[in-house]
Ligand binder design. Structure first.
Ligand code: GLA
Length: 353
């Protein structure tokens, strides 16, 4: 099922597709940016709420979205100075972000995967109702080498999960790091602060950053710091701490290294809203997850149903390879090469207590 979501600045019309199961769990996803516009999940009394921040119209996504719900790429997160070496050559990207006055390329650049129209194909898969999105990123687009073919498939399963599968192939070596940038609030988007959500991150280490939110290059233990979410903690509890990492980022905005025994799906995070009982469990094949507490939201615009989003009214858990990987040889590589396709899966499993 789909309907028009408005005209893109380039002319073509974007669509909004509905994926649902027979229990009412449903996702509304646009081919513009592959954006999850609405995601309805039940609480302990069976009441559905839309648990992702966003806008009612395409126009607003185009004009001012802080990456609400979209796919980000080619390289999600930051690349320091907008430069990286690859096979003996330096590549230059546009810098579109500069926390702490330090410029970087953020989330794929000026016109990344979040800002374009993907080719959409609704599918009925054994696992559930699905939407396949395809995009060919041409050689040189946003400064990246190689023609890159990307497919993202969203599936709504019978047991209230939204599954995201990413595949990509290239004809020349290029960095790729794809993620979804949904901002969640399990009490319902627009219901106020997300600070009372209780978070568990299955991560014993994280990648500390400088003032530009670029990793320093090593992993550090979370133990004994306010970044230790190996046991459940309310976001509010330690977010105001004087710890240097929280001060630099204005809250949580860090890449956590997911505990894993080997490749495959690993349990990255669980978040619970104690009031509604809704919980979200995240499993991923990625090595990291960026926990971002909406520190840059500032109440300057209204989202869906006219709700103004204040600082920390939503949180992101962006499954990913580590930030600035193209410049950090110690980190798991994000370089995709011809003949070795990228495959990545993330599952957002919803439930209630
Ligand atoms: C990511 C980054 C944040 C911020 C948001 C978008 O989560 O880590 O620093 O840039 O995207 O506003």
């Amino acid at each position: 099922m789909s309907h028009s979501f408005g005209k893109t600045p380039d002319g073509p019309t974007a669509q909004l597709f509905t994926l649902q199961n027979d229990r009412g769990f449903r996702a509304e996803i646009s081919d513009y940016g592959g954006t999850i516009v609405r995601l309805f999940a039940p609480d302990r009394r069976g009441r559905l709420a839309d648990v992702v921040l966003g806008f009612d119209s395409l126009e607003e996504y185009v004009a001012r979205s802080p990456y609400f719900g979209c796919i980000v790429g080619r390289v999600g997160n930051r690349i320091a100075g907008g430069k990286f070496p690859l096979d003996g050559r330096e590549h230059t990207l546009a810098c579109n972000n500069s926390p702490g006055g330090l410029p970087c390329s953020l989330h794929g650049g000026l016109h990344g995967f979040d800002k374009l129209l993907w080719a959409a194909t609704p599918l009925t898969l054994p696992a559930g109702s699905a939407l396949r999105l395809d995009y060919r990123s041409a050689d040189g687009e946003e400064g990246y080498p190689g023609n890159l073919d990307v497919t993202v498939t969203y599936t709504v399963t019978a047991d209230d999960a939204l599954r995201i599968e990413y595949t990509a192939t290239t004809d020349r070596a290029t960095p790729v790091n794809l993620t979804n940038h949904s901002y969640f609030n399990l009490a319902g988007a627009g219901s106020g602060s997300a600070l009372d959500h209780i978070v568990t991150l299955h991560a014993r280490t994280y990648t500390p950053v400088n003032a530009g939110l670029i990793p320093l290059g090593h992993v550090a233990p979370v133990e004994g710091t306010p970044l230790d979410f190996t046991t459940p903690h309310a976001i509010a509890k330690r977010i105001g701490s004087a710890h240097e990492q929280l001060r630099l980022a204005g809250g949580y905005d860090h890449n956590f290294v997911i505990n894993r025994r080997g490749p495959g799906l690993a349990h990255a995070a669980t978040v619970e809203d104690p009031v509604s009982g809704r919980w979200l469990e995240i499993h991923t094949t990625e090595p990291g997850v960026q926990f971002y507490t909406g520190n840059f939201l500032d109440g300057s615009f209204a989202g869906k149903d006219g709700h103004v989003y204040q600082r920390r009214d939503g949180f992101c858990l962006e499954t990913q390879h580590f930030p600035d990987s193209p410049n950090q040889p110690e980190f798991p590589s994000v370089i995709l090469r011809p003949g070795a396709p990228l495959r990545s899966t993330t599952i957002f499993q919803f439930g209630h207590s």
